[in-house]
Design a protein around this ligand. Structure first.
Ligand code: DGL
Length: 281
């Protein structure tokens, strides 16, 4: 098999998502670790991933990770629960050894599951996620490993990503779809005291979700959890930290129209950005 060689020079931290959702993770990572350089890649042309099969999410994610490696990233964060659920393990176990065993790809599910242990009081956890993440059972599996006594109810919200991507998140129509899913989750387990937003798009809907979820139930957003976990990882892995370039620069790449990406990304981030279109194969 033809194995591609990547340059050994250090580079930015890669942050990958199917579309815009990973920007909610990137902005928290940059707040916590502002000195590093970043490349954000959104596979907007092929999003959403949430309803795609295991094989396709794995293939698309591997292509994106390989592209970020080509562009100098030694460390890539899959800032997408669907990709973390369906592709991360294969990439770590099957692809990294062949592509470059010294590079690392990290996901968002494990750090989230580690964090909820100190948030819940009664061990009843609700997960809102894409149909793909829910079908993968990844949250249930990871929570069972770390917190075997917890009761987990994972609930798919197929309409939430389209609402966000179509700029409907703060419009009245979103209320209906948010309340519908919140009611269904609480009907399945009325004792839930902690709800994880297990899709990186969902923090954009946070104000509506907070309104619909009864007070006293914690709503966990992943951005600062992933940022803290990354900071901790870099402290524990100086050999990786030394390979990261510092300059505080972020490059935004998308597989779709860059003007469209820039306009919506600006909305997500609260400041203007310029994006470039690339092909990911
Ligand atoms: N942002 C992705 C996640 O966290 C989902 C978006 C999509 O369906 O592509 O799961």
């Amino acid at each position: 098999m033809n194995v591609e060689k990547f340059s050994a020079a250090g580079g930015p931290i890669g942050v990958f998502d199917s579309g815009y959702g990973g920007l909610t993770i990137l902005s928290e990572i940059r707040k916590a670790l502002p000195d590093y350089d970043y490349i954000y890649l959104g596979d907007n042309a092929r999003a959403p991933y949430g309803s795609r099969s295991f094989e396709i999410v794995y293939q698309f994610t591997l292509e994106a990770v390989t592209e970020l490696f080509r562009r100098g990233c030694h460390l890539v964060i899959l800032a997408c629960n669907t990709a973390s659920a369906k592709a991360l393990r294969n990439i770590q176990q099957l692809d990294l050894p062949r592509l470059d065993p010294s590079r690392r790809v990290l996901g968002v599910i494990r750090p989230t599951v580690e964090a909820i242990g100190s948030i819940t009081r009664n061990g009843h956890i609700g997960i809102f996620a894409t149909p793909g993440t829910v079908a993968s059972g990844s949250y249930n599996i990871e929570i069972a490993k770390l917190h075997p006594d917890f009761a987990v109810t994972a609930h798919a919200c197929p309409m939430w990503v389209p609402l966000v991507e179509n700029r409907e998140a703060d419009r009245p129509g979103a209320d209906y779809f948010v309340r519908q899913e919140v009611d269904a989750l609480l009907e399945a387990d009325g004792d839930v005291d902690t709800i994880v937003l297990g899709c990186t798009h969902y923090p954009i809907l946070y104000p509506k979700i907070r309104e619909a979820v009864p007070e006293g139930i914690e709503i966990v957003r992943q951005g600062d959890i992933v940022a803290r976990s990354l900071a901790d990882y870099l402290m524990r892995h100086p050999e990786m930290e030394r390979r990261l370039t510092r300059g505080g620069h972020t490059q935004y790449l998308t597989t779709e129209n860059p003007d469209k990406f820039s306009a919506l990304a600006t909305l997500f981030l609260g400041h203007p950005i310029a994006a470039e279109r690339i092909e990911v194969l």
